[in-house]
Design a protein around this ligand. Structure first.
Ligand SMILES: [Zn+2]
Length: 180
């Protein structure tokens, strides 16, 4: 996995870039939760589920079908999220998809079961710049942890900050034009 702190970055950036009129705060919170939800699959280790199984880590919860499924649930719950159905769908779908893509861009572990249930093969992206995150929190305070944080700052947080602030600036300029 990428680290737990970094998985919400793309969802947060999207919410900030598009602003609260498009992504209401409730939907933004659900998007952040959705962006870390796939990694609940690590709980399976405690019950003897093997990493490479469909229910194992980076298995079915890291598939396109899972992302679409959560998106559909969000679309159903859209009125409670104070969001339009299509926006709720795409917000949550993209939040989950960002999780899977970040994992597929890491340097270690098994790949993601992107095409589950049609094909359980694990996949990585052709380009994998993100140092894989350790499972153990203690390992974060090691040279490995430092390498993970630096690579995530460079390859995830920096582009996400650019997206967030770029979106904010564009919204400001549009609003100013509208009031002129
Ligand atoms: Zn993951």
């Amino acid at each position: 996995m990428a680290s737990l702190f970094t998985h919400p970055a793309p969802a947060l950036a999207l919410a900030v870039a598009l602003g609260p009129n498009v992504i209401p705060p409730r939907l933004a919170v659900v998007m952040v939760l959705a962006s870390v939800l796939p990694d609940l699959d690590v709980a399976g280790f405690a019950f003897g589920v093997q990493y490479a199984e469909a229910a194992g880590h980076r298995g079915l919860s890291h598939s396109l079908v899972f992302a679409v499924g959560l998106g559909l649930l969000a679309a159903l719950a859209a009125p409670r999220l104070r969001a339009k159905r299509l926006i709720a769908f795409f917000g949550v779908f993209l939040a989950v998809l960002s999780h899977t893509l970040l994992d597929a861009a890491t340097t270690g572990g098994l790949g993601v079961a992107f095409f589950w249930p049609f094909d359980e093969t694990r996949h990585f992206l052709p380009w994998r710049p993100i140092a894989v995150s350790p499972f153990s929190p203690a390992a974060f305070f090691s040279a490995w942890g430092k390498r993970v944080i630096l690579s995530e700052l460079r390859w995830v947080w920096a582009p996400c900050l650019i997206l967030a602030f770029g979106g904010m600036v564009i919204r400001r300029v549009k609003n100013n034009k509208a009031t002129l």
